[in-house]
Design a protein around this ligand. Sequence first.
Ligand code: FAD
Length: 525
Amino acid sequence: MASPQDPSVSTRSVSGARQPDGEIALDVFRRAIEYVPVATSITDTQANILYVNPAFERLSGYTRDEVVGRNESLLSDKATPIAIYKDLWATITAGAPWQGRLVNRTKDGRRYLADLNVVPVSDATGAIIHFVGMHNDVTDLHQLESKVKNQDALITSVVEAAPVVIVLLDSLGRVVFSNQAYQDLKRETEEGEPADVFAQAFQERHAQGDKFPALEISVEAPNAERHWFSCSASKVHEHDMSAAGYFTPVGQSGLLFVASDITLQRQRYEQARTNAMRALVAEQQMAQGMREIVSGAIFQLQGPLNVMSAAAQMMERQNGGGALAAPIEEVLKAGGDALEKLKAALPHVADEPVASLNINELIREVLDVSIDALLREGIFVDWRPAKVLPNVPGRANALRTMIKNLVDNAIFAIKDAGGARREIVMTTRAPSSGDVKMEICDSGGGLDEAIRLKIYEPFFSAWKKTRSRPGMGLVLARQIVAAQGGSLKIDNLTPVLISGLTPGGCKAEVIFAATDPHKGEKSSR
Ligand code: FAD
């Protein structure tokens, strides 16, 4: 038989290949097989080789003359399990084609993985007379598949063992891959995909190239502590695997989040912050107490001095002061000096810069530092923060002091009333104006009509069981709120004001202004 390299074959015209009866001439098939790039052989029913094409010669290393008359088993390698051959023969002798993989050996002993198809050929009576074998060397493909599987196994084991949450979203925001740590987190959060929280946090961020700067993100878990993550995100560009995308691939990009749990560090930081806050509030309260006492002393001294001064002026006008003029002058001078000394002794209030503040955070900090007093008095705090709260401008320390004064008043009121119900309900709301509203409702005894109008007076205090308070808390609170541009209102509760609390308690309502009264600018959100 001519080889494909034979010019008489390669250049011979195939015109007239169709015979008069419409069949394609056998010679056409023979020449076609010569060119097929698949190692092809034709055998008798015992697998003795009758014909092999050039592709067979190239792959096996045997020439046609060397293999014709020999069995296909000359290609066999002992690495192929006997069960494969049994299956091959059971299938083809039953008249069905067989397809499978086996290990072959070339003439020079090189092993290769063959993807083999064997097709039985029957005569007109249906008896099998030949088998046609076609095989390809798929060693490279197998190596590639194995490499991909090995890499996949390696990546999976690294990703699973990594002590970080890893989750990949496709271009539609669907989770397409996640590791065990992510699945554990999802189980804990119970509802929805934590990846949505990550995606939302990065929504308005700008990527540097394909990477986004890391963010600290908290994920709520209903029956567990809130988790804090340091989360980084990067765009992942996917290769188009579709046939349609072979020539013109459609670029898809997903988002990969890698988040490490920093809850513990965050708790330590919060603890340190709370401790610092406690120290600051204690210091402020001490300074406030001193201011109240010194202011009280100034107030007490100023009255008699004013009277004496008026008396001295009267005496001066009537008889030139007389013999008492000099001692009175001395007393007034000593009094004036004492007043100046007292004024100088007033603790200095540091001038704080105005910042953009989240009232929920300030309330949480105040509750943290008030926790001991609340526990001591057995008071339950029902904290209902608005989920989304615009920031407002203000001086953080001053506003914390103001909120602390109001919480302290609620505690004193409950303590004074001595009732069974010991509850404070704190709420924040965000009316559409951009202002922020805070309410502190207590289950104390409320305000008597007789004192309702006096509560903002300096040194007015009606607590029965808390005598140490000089009655400057509300004066100060009102000053701080006014400086912020907001308003403070204290009123008796009615059942309509807040459900669940018995009438008779008090409600302190503070409106924090959206704009800084000194600048007239809106604060950032
Ligand atoms: P064998 O003794 O030849 O066969 C092993 C088992 O196969 C036997 O125990 C028996 O169960 C079954 N068997 C063998 N011959 C027959 C038969 N005539 N009737 C029924 N059952 C039988 N093998 C390769 O390793 N590589 C190839 O590329 C390859 N190509 C083939 C192409 C064709 C067209 C055909 C028909 C067979 C091909 N074979 C190929 C199979 C080959 O003929 C051998 O069966 C195989 O190589 C095992 O050889 P062996 O000497 O180890 O065992």
